[in-house]
Design a protein around this ligand. Structure first.
Ligand SMILES: NC(=O)c1ccc[n+]([C@@H]2O[C@H](COP(=O)([O-])OP(=O)(O)OC[C@H]3O[C@@H](n4cnc5c(N)ncnc54)[C@H](OP(=O)(O)O)[C@@H]3O)[C@@H](O)[C@H]2O)c1
Length: 341
């Protein structure tokens, strides 16, 4: 059996998950950009988590490569590029992977695994979900800032790799229906566009009721469409998905008391959508708010809040407003609901 795990997209999630697998003794190849490769060659990988775990992986503790050919000898390939790079990843890997290589998308949204399947027609391609956030602190240091278990679509081909994930302290939870989990994560990720448009750190943005009301509007709209499609999002947080929009609307003083877990975030942490805007990259908004807009279309309905957020983030990608005040963004979304565009 080929037990080598290849991570395609050595960024925050890729280096963290790949690094932990390597620390647990698995043979790992990371495929990523030269810049990250140079950092790992110089400093190695230093992985920490919110519970105080500290793991170091020396640069010779894994293989690092910049081209897709390095995936040729992998039994398992984890895709950890941002959604905008999924098609390119699929195209690059299609001519490289063996037919019996298993591919898992550890990306946000629901569209990436099907997108990969269109390129990797002979391989088993599975959807996965990373519930925790990881921050790249530079010089090979990656920090897992929140809790959660890796989830993946159930498949017999994963049995061979389960011990490696368990040894890494990142056990794989296999689900026969991952879509319920993916939808639940997507509901939480609807905050990303609001955060990106606020231009503020997450903690500060979530401490402001008007921004939370924006997220609440986007989530309520999504929940109505999910209801209509008979999709029940899984419960990933102490509160069921249905209660979160209500919690978000509470006055600041009450929210800060009841939602201390939601606010237990590094004061400087930002959403990756904000980081993408900052770096001039295409964001994942099409795979997040865009998914709600597509769900509405399949029902012959509309999703004005998510449509508006999608349009505002697209505008921000090309130089539009990136420092919305909470009251102005809320008014914009309410106007969209009222049919004012
Ligand atoms: N970060 C988190 O906390 C978190 C949590 C849960 C889920 N996720 C999801 O996980 C996925 C990955 O997120 P991330 O934050 O880890 O992204 P990231 O830090 O941007 O990592 C992706 C890396 O892949 C590189 N890359 C892209 N195309 C490549 C190619 N063809 N060859 C080699 N390298 C390539 C990117 O380089 P360039 O930037 O130079 O293109 C980047 O360094 C996303 O779907 C995200 O939503 C992230």
């Amino acid at each position: 059996m080929n037990d080598r795990v290849c991570v395609f997209g050595a960024g925050s999630i890729g280096c963290y998950v790949g690094g932990r697998l390597a620390a647990g003794g698995a043979p790992v190849t990371l495929i990523g950009r030269e810049r990250i490769g140079r950092e790992i060659a110089e400093y190695g990988l230093h992985l920490t988590d919110w519970q105080g775990t500290r793991l170091d992986v020396a640069s010779d503790g894994l293989r690092y490569a910049t081209g897709p050919e390095a995936a040729a000898d992998a039994g398992l390939v984890l895709i950890t590029v941002k959604s905008a790079d999924t098609d390119a990843a699929g195209t690059a890997l299609a001519s490289v992977l063996d037919d019996d290589t298993v591919v898992v998308s550890f990306q946000n949204g629901l569209g990436n695994a099907p997108q990969l399947k269109r390129h990797l027609t002979r391989q088993v391609v599975l959807a996965g979900m990373v519930p925790f956030n990881v921050v790249n602190r530079g010089r090979g240091a990656f920090h897992q800032g929140s809790e959660g278990t890796l989830e993946v679509e159930r498949h017999s081909a994963l049995a061979a790799f389960e011990p490696a994930f368990a040894a890494a302290g990142l056990p794989l939870a296999q689900q026969s229906d991952l879509r319920a989990v993916q939808w639940a994560k997507l509901l939480l990720n609807l905050n990303n566009s609001v955060n990106a448009l606020s231009g503020l750190p997450l903690k500060e943005q979530l401490s402001m009721r008007d921004f939370r009301r924006c997220v609440s509007l986007a989530q309520e709209e999504a929940l109505r469409l999910l209801d209509h499609a008979s999709i029940r999002p899984a419960r990933l947080t102490p509160l069921p998905p249905r209660w979160i929009p209500k919690l978000l609307c509470l006055p600041d003083w009450l929210f800060s008391r009841l939602a201390n877990r939601m606010l237990a975030i590094d004061p400087l942490a930002r959403s990756s959508m904000w980081e993408d805007l900052e770096a001039g990259r295409r964001t994942e908004v099409d795979w997040l708010n865009g998914e709600i807009v597509r769900l509405a279309r399949t029902q012959g309905r509309e999703a004005p809040v998510n449509t508006r957020l999608l349009a505002l983030v697209r505008a921000a990608e090309t130089g539009g407003e990136r420092h919305w005040r909470g009251a102005a963004l809320l008014a914009e979304l309410r106007q969209a609901v009222a049919g004012g565009g």
